[in-house]
Design a binder for this molecule. Structure first.
Ligand code: AMP
Length: 282
């Protein structure tokens, strides 16, 4: 497996693969890889013949008071994970390689980025959609793989690809969890043992919500109240706890059809997100 750091090199590697008739898969990540990322690489290896994992802590998607500087970075460990998972090449550019000039051009998906994480992270999704557009233009993948863990991100990227007729398919893979329910995240590394216990309340509340919906409760206010009763008293400071339409990301008063139950909260200084997708049509 190759590790390349320049746009010229990744373009050459992908062109060689494409010349051999290979189907190109891209897994965009910020590194600090865990089993959640591996599940995306596994799916890419299953669906494609040539798999690129990008590792780039994208400064454009972090706010001034966020964790850009302390975000975990370990390219050697990540390279081993990618190699074991069967990726063909890692693209790990520097910020200077990706943004050689102060950007004048941004990709902004409107409306759906105002809700959930977008409400508190000004400019975050503009950074995500811009860097994904750049990665899609650099790698030209047939498919790109994203996690349901970042549900709003996946919805925003899918919408951008549809709105701008980008010639690739977005594949969304299920959230990988620890056995106790905690959704895997690179930011879990920040948590102390006591905070890890508090963080469990997030996935627990989602599980209870799913059970209540399966039991016939469809009133969003009651479901949110139920989740809050589980979380309150623990060490989670809730940023939002919302039941939203999966297309518009606007709050719904009743659970009908497909909805997203999404939560963000701080445990200590660490901001965590999690969600479940509910489909009552099934
Ligand atoms: P990140 O490195 O956090 O930017 O994540 C890169 C990709 O991995 C995104 O598409 C995430 O949604 C996905 N991802 C992160 N955590 C998980 C998880 N626990 N399960 C599945 N996918 C995940």
């Amino acid at each position: 497996m190759e590790i390349v750091k320049t746009i010229k090199e990744i373009r050459a590697a992908v062109s060689a693969g494409r010349a051999d008739g290979k189907r190109i898969g891209l897994v965009p990540t910020m590194g600090a890889l865990h089993a959640g990322h591996v599940s995306l690489i596994d799916r890419a290896v299953a669906d494609c013949d040539f798999v690129v994992v990008s590792i780039f802590v994208n400064p454009a998607q972090f706010g001034p008071n966020e964790d850009f500087d302390k975000y975990p970075r370990d390219l050697d460990a990540d390279a081993k994970v990618c190699e074991d998972a069967g990726a063909d090449v890692i693209f790990a550019p520097s910020a200077g390689e990706m943004y050689p000039l102060a950007n004048c051009t941004w990709v902004d998906v409107e409306g759906i980025t105002d809700h959930l994480c977008g409400a508190s992270r000004a400019g975050h999704f503009r950074g995500v959609t811009t860097v994904c557009t750049k990665l899609f233009n650099i790698v030209c993948p047939d498919q790109a793989f994203f996690g349901q863990k970042d549900a709003q991100q996946a919805i925003v990227i899918k919408r951008m690809v549809a709105d701008l007729n980008m010639p690739l398919e977005i594949v969304v893979c299920p959230t990988v969890r620890q056995e106790d329910g905690l959704a895997l995240s690179s930011r879990n590394k920040y948590l102390t043992d006591a905070e890890l216990k508090d963080a469990l309340l997030i996935s627990k509340s989602l599980k209870v919500c799913a059970r209540a919906i399966a039991g016939g409760e469809i009133d969003s206010e009651k479901l949110i109240g139920l989740m809050k009763s589980i979380i309150s008293g623990g060490g989670v400071d809730i940023e939002y706890l919302s039941i939203v339409d999966t297309q518009t990301l606007e709050n719904v008063s009743k659970v009908e059809g497909q909805v997203l139950v999404a939560i963000a909260g701080r445990v200590g200084k660490t901001r965590l997100i999690d969600n479940i997708f509910v489909d009552l049509n099934k």
